[in-house]
Design a protein around this ligand. Structure first.
Ligand code: PLP
Length: 465
């Protein structure tokens, strides 16, 4: 495969021999800097979501002017190959024609009615007909809202209140889940954000991932109080902490035996790892599923779903209240419909995964040839750059915080070489259908050359042989 050649050739070169002219222009960032200075006067930290502020990598956040395919352009007209993809939603790339046209058609008929529209039916039908893991669904406007609603439903169904979550899984900014582990196994959590009452944090138990014993102890101590276990079945918000199928099967079994609901938070993995997400990938039926990101095609959509029986608890059928002024918004639904429909085309996911594997294999073989302490972990079209020696990273404590200094240099170098990654080493990257082999080859070249710079600056990351 062509990718391997690129990486092997690069492996033989000296660091500055592969500075193609494509890389050498010094990028101007004056417009982004000016916009950021203004933004600092309007918004806390100059942003409307914290990670965007570039605090983990330093420097000025880029203000993005437009996107097309796998490319974005910043306010200074610098062009980048984008691997952030709006943090996951853009599986077709930026400005996909089918989504744009679908949105425009919807907007021409008005933007919101607060009454049902045919668009909601259409998106639900596409999902429910092709995803056997849920029978009924409810649309909301964000992943956070989906998770918050799923917890309420799980508590109503089980008649219990405590939630088990895992360290290294993110579920949005829901009060009861912005919680970190207390001291000792199976103790109640302490809030990881100011403004969350102790009483709320203490309804959550935080356990390490990939640790059956911790789950068994918590359940034996508190099973009469535990309503649900919530997990990202493919944890992708704190590195990519891939779990084994055996572990997820174990969670399914122990929850069933103890009248505890299992919630799969598939806001990232849903429609990303195949159409049926992680549930389909591992063949595990959770009790409640949450979605977001991809189903909105870049518009604000979230959803949760379950069996018809469990969903019958939601109002107005049942006694669990949940509603939203803009829920099922016709414009957002239209974006989702166009995107989800594209995902059902034959071989969509196979093609995406094949491209991703070629990309990650090329980077891994390059790093290995140079003895760099660097690995790319991936599943489907999600990848994570990890500065580690470990074969597998399955739990958040296995990530050394010092490894982030390597990422910081990598990020800086890649921006100069026209590659945009999310601005934190704990974040994963995404390959979209719009990344061509040529784009990925160009990115591999830029990444390999940047790794040379990283390890020239921090040679302690090169394995002694
Ligand atoms: C992004 C994300 C959320 C939160 O979704 P928002 O739309 O940002 O509120 C929840 N859970 C997971 C797994 C996510 O990746």
């Amino acid at each position: 495969m062509k990718f391997f050649l690129v990486a092997e050739e690069l492996g033989k070169l000296q660091p500055d021999q592969h500075k193609l002219h494509f890389f050498t222009k010094i990028m101007k960032r004056t417009q982004s800097q000016a916009l950021y200075q203004k933004a600092l006067t309007y918004f806390p930290g100059g942003v409307n979501s914290p990670v965007r502020a570039f605090r983990s990598v330093g420097g000025t956040p880029l203000f993005i002017e437009k996107g097309d395919g796998c490319y974005i352009w910043d306010a200074d007209d610098n062009k980048y190959i984008d691997f952030c993809g709006s943090w996951g939603p853009l599986i077709l790339g930026h400005n996909a024609k089918s989504i744009r046209e679908s949105v425009i058609r919807a907007v021409e008929n008005g933007t919101s009615f607060g009454a049902p529209t045919r668009h909601e039916n259409e998106l639900a039908e596409l999902i429910l007909q092709h995803n056997p893991f849920l029978e009924k669904i409810r649309f909301v406007s964000s992943g956070t809202e989906a998770v918050m609603s799923a917890l309420r439903l799980a508590r109503a169904v089980s008649g219990k209140s405590v939630i088990i979550k895992f360290e290294g899984c993110y579920h949005g900014h829901v009060d009861s889940l912005l919680v970190k582990a207390g001291s000792g196994l199976s103790t109640f959590g302490i809030s990881s954000s100011a403004g969350i009452p102790e009483a709320v944090a203490s309804e959550t138990i935080v356990l390490p991932l990939n640790d059956r014993r911790a789950v068994e102890i918590a359940i034996s101590d508190y099973k009469d109080d535990i309503a649900a276990i919530i997990i990202e079945p493919i944890p992708a918000n704190n590195g990519l902490l891939l779990q084994t199928k055996e572990y997820l099967d174990f969670l399914r079994k122990i929850t069933k035996e103890n009248n505890i609901l299992l919630i799969f938070d598939e806001v990232i993995s849903g429609f990303r790892i195949g159409f049926t997400g992680a549930a389909g990938y591992y063949g595990i039926q959770p009790d409640i599923l949450t979605y977001g990101k991809i189903i909105g095609g870049g518009m604000p959509v979230g959803a949760y779903g379950a069996s018809a029986e469990i969903m019958s608890r939601i109002s107005p059928d049942g006694d669990v209240y949940q509603g939203g002024t803009l829920s099922g918004n016709p414009v957002a639904m239209s974006a989702g419909i166009a995107q989800v429909r594209a995902l059902l085309q034959g071989e969509f996911y196979e093609r995406l995964e094949k491209k991703t594997l070629a990309f990650t294999d090329a980077l891994n073989s390059f790093a290995k040839s140079k003895n760099y302490r660097f690995k790319v972990f991936s599943i489907g079209s999600i990848f994570w750059f990890a500065f580690t020696d470990l074969e597998h990273v399955r739990d958040a404590n296995q990530i050394e915080s010092e490894s982030m200094s390597f990422f910081k240099i990598l990020h800086r170098e890649l921006l100069e070489k026209s590659v945009y990654l999310g601005p934190s080493g704990y974040e994963v990257g995404f390959i979209s259908a719009a990344h061509s082999e040529k784009d990925l080859e160009q990115a591999v070249t830029a990444i390999c050359s940047s790794l040379d710079t990283v390890f020239a600056e921090l040679p302690e990351g090169i394995a002694k042989i």
